[in-house]
Design a protein around this ligand. Structure first.
Ligand code: AMP
Length: 583
């Protein structure tokens, strides 16, 4: 397919804010396209959803590529970028001027764009920066009208065409089951109707389930094309990360029991970070909750899993906690967070910060277990886990029937230095991704929010060299959009020795810059912080309709992806609870 054709689809998608219209456009496209490369590109990707590899190209490198492709000076490029407020638009203008002068231009194909970008991601070693610049520049030089914009945005991993996960799922259902079950769309009224509601709904559930299990839109599209049977009974694949199950916040133990029912499994909530442990025979791979591969950083975990997990093909969910090698006490999360990032001297750091693996769930053992009730999964997990003090154990679990019993476990959990309590419905299946109340968490600090930084403002006076105020946002799970909720400038340190500093945040955010106007920049939402605040107020000042009063950064959440931050529903719930408390 010509890249221009795909650009036409991007433009139509970007051109409408109506979700139904987007769904109609994408479903039409999916019906007619089965090329894997194109199906990835339309999502703005070059790797399947489950593949942890990233393009990893900073805006600075892109600017270079624009320079090589157009011959424009750096100042010129930065100037147009400032004026347009979007590097993609700037590239388009600069490339457009150039290509008008070139008469014979070979039209870009999707395959060419895909192959070059894939190479960019895969190149490693010394001197690769120039090669990457060349590969991108080659695409930009051949770009026709409107094409450079989307090449740049694909590289920045932000297409900005408003395609959320929900829209993609709906488009798949519509494309392959719409006709079959009498779906009708009235563009003028922007209304969608289905004749056979039940069957259409069942097909939608199958699509969602297959997406959860495979974490691969392209494969689900191909299966949906074949019909319902191909979507049924999809197995998880060891070594391919699955989206983890997330847990809602409960207000307290009583509220938690209301949500999960009795008897409930009360477990310690360990304050470490999550590892999804995959094993297929000799091969063991560890993923973070953001599905990054951190196997190399945790040789100690790999080794204990190899020896003490008695099953050859498994996927296990665990929380890994730092342990003080002298006192044996748990260490705060910050200490082991160093291990996630470390690329060298891994053995040394592993000795300095040993970890204990607390296994709490199992998703696969020879076959998928995610449909099996939690109490049974726990039994399987127990069977195959040979505990090793200080290195591997089952998460501490107590069955509770009353609030009083729950409170007791909660008190013990906190006393022993844990973050709080998890309460789980013993009958629930494992549900990747969605927060569905199959399990909840109870923590003493209930009202912090996790927010994504979407923009920032340069400081003044002695903070003039840094970004000093951060525009933060929560997520709308329906549209996938980020909704602003406030500006955070407190809780951040001036000196790096004291904690997360302005300088550090500035260094993290600048490579993510997409726009700049006046003192303000906009960034790709990637950096996540946990904030507390005095109150949530209704407000027209921000796109979420809420504003945080006196927000303060508690800590940077490097273990979180922007797609996982608190949702607008969380905010509504917390605002509601706050009202309840005030009355
Ligand atoms: P939160 O990070 O506050 O959303 O709480 C959920 C996280 O708690 C999970 O993603 C795990 O990383 C962690 N966790 C700690 N202990 C457990 C446990 N026993 N069961 C489930 N999750 C746990």
């Amino acid at each position: 397919m010509k890249y221009a054709e795909l650009v036409g689809v991007y433009e139509r998608l970007e051109g409408t804010a109506k979700r139904l219209e987007k769904t109609a456009i994408l479903s039409e496209f999916l019906k007619n396209v089965s090329d894997e490369k194109v199906l990835l590109l339309v999502q703005g990707r070059v790797f399947p959803n489950w593949d942890p590899r990233e393009l990893g190209v900073a805006a600075k490198l892109l600017v270079k590529a624009v320079q090589v492709a157009t011959g424009a000076s750096l100042e010129k490029i930065e100037g147009v970028w400032m004026e347009k407020g979007d590097l993609g638009l700037a590239a388009d203008e600069l490339v457009g001027k150039k290509t008008q002068a070139t008469l014979f231009r070979e039209q870009l194909s999707c395959a060419k764009v895909f192959d070059n970008l894939r190479k960019v991601a895969e190149l490693e070693g010394e001197g690769v920066v120039d090669r990457k610049v060349q590969l991108i520049a080659e695409l930009l030089s051949s770009a026709g009208e409107g094409e450079a914009k989307y090449i740049v945005r694909t590289v920045l991993q932000e297409l900005r065409i408003g395609l959320g996960e929900g829209t993609i799922r709906d488009s798949i259902v519509w494309a392959f089951f719409g006709e079959k079950y009498g779906a009708g769309y009235d563009a003028e009224k922007n209304s969608f109707t289905v004749r056979e509601q039940d069957k259409y709904g069942a097909a939608a559930a199958l699509v969602q389930d297959a997406l959860d299990r495979l974490n691969d839109v392209v494969e689900v599209v191909q299966r949906a094309r074949q019909g319902e049977d191909a979507l049924r009974g999809v197995e998880l694949v060891p070594l391919r990360p699955v989206k983890v199950m997330l847990y809602q916040k409960a207000l307290n133990v009583a509220n938690a029991l209301e949500i999960v029912g009795v008897p409930a499994a009360a477990e310690f909530k360990y304050d470490g970070f999550r590892l999804q442990i995959h094993r297929d025979g000799d091969k063991i791979v560890l993923f973070t909750r953001r599905l990054e591969d951190v196997t190399a950083q945790f040789p100690d975990v790999v080794s204990v899993v190899r020896k003490n997990i008695k099953s050859a093909r498994v996927i296990i969910d665990a929380e890994v906690v730092g342990v003080d090698p002298v006192s044996g006490k748990y260490l705060p999360f910050q200490n082991i967070s160093q291990r996630i990032k470390r690329k060298y001297d891994i053995g040394e750091l592993a000795a300095k910060f040993p970890v204990e693996v607390n296994v709490f769930d199992i998703l696969f053992m020879e076959k998928s277990l995610i449909d099996v009730p939690f109490e049974k999964r726990r039994m399987y997990l127990k069977e195959i886990t040979e505990e090793l003090p200080g290195a591997l154990k089952l998460a501490e679990q107590t069955m509770v029937n009353t609030v009083e019993e729950g409170e007791k476990v909660y008190a013990r959990a906190l006393e022993e230095g844990n973050e709080g309590l998890m309460m789980k419905n013993v009958q629930a299946m494992y549900k990747p991704g969605s927060r569905v109340g199959f399990g909840v968490k109870v923590k003493p600090t209930m009202d912090t929010l996790e927010v994504a930084v979407v923009g920032a403002e340069w400081g003044e006076g002695k903070r003039g060299a840094w970004l000093a105020s951060f525009i933060v946002a929560v997520r709308d799970p329906e549209s996938g959009k980020f909704l602003e909720i406030g500006r955070v400038g407190t809780g951040i340190k001036e000196k790096s020795e004291e904690g997360t500093s302005f300088e550090q945040l500035t260094a993290l955010l600048l490579p993510l810059k997409t726009e700049e106007s006046g003192r303000e920049i906009r960034v790709i939402p990637k950096v996540v912080m946990e904030v507390d605040y005095e109150e949530i107020q209704a407000s027209k000042a921000y796109s979420s309709g809420f504003a945080l009063r006196f927000p303060r950064m508690v800590r940077l959440r490097e273990d979180r992806a922007a797609g996982e931050v608190s949702t607008i529903d969380d905010v509504r719930r917390l605002a509601g609870a706050q009202r309840g408390r005030d009355q």
